[in-house]
Write a protein that binds this ligand. Structure first.
Ligand code: SF4
Length: 80
């Protein structure tokens, strides 16, 4: 299983990830991206059929703000 979270401290609101993987990422009113499956908590398992999109979005993020891990992320942290 994969888990993901956006580090909003480094996200530059470019919009690439929500375009590449609209089923995983959305952006807030300020343009900053978040994982829409769990309101960017990093605790929701990414569905298997979206893992390719996740990888694509992660590779395409210019600031490496999309964190991916095999275990859920810790509360209020971008560390798994
Ligand atoms: Fe932010 Fe990266 Fe998504 Fe661009 S691709 S909106 S920098 S998380």
């Amino acid at each position: 299983a994969k888990y993901s979270i956006v580090d909003q401290d480094t996200c530059i609101a470019c919009g690439a990830c929500s375009e590449t993987a609209p089923d995983i990422f959305d952006h807030n009113d300020s343009g900053f991206s978040f994982v829409k499956l769990d309101d960017n908590q990093g605790t929701a398992e990414i569905p298997d059929d979206l893992e390719y999109d996740l990888e694509d979005a992660c590779d395409g993020c210019p600031t490496e703000s999309i964190k991916v891990a095999d275990t859920p992320f810790k509360k209020d942290s971008v560390e798994a």
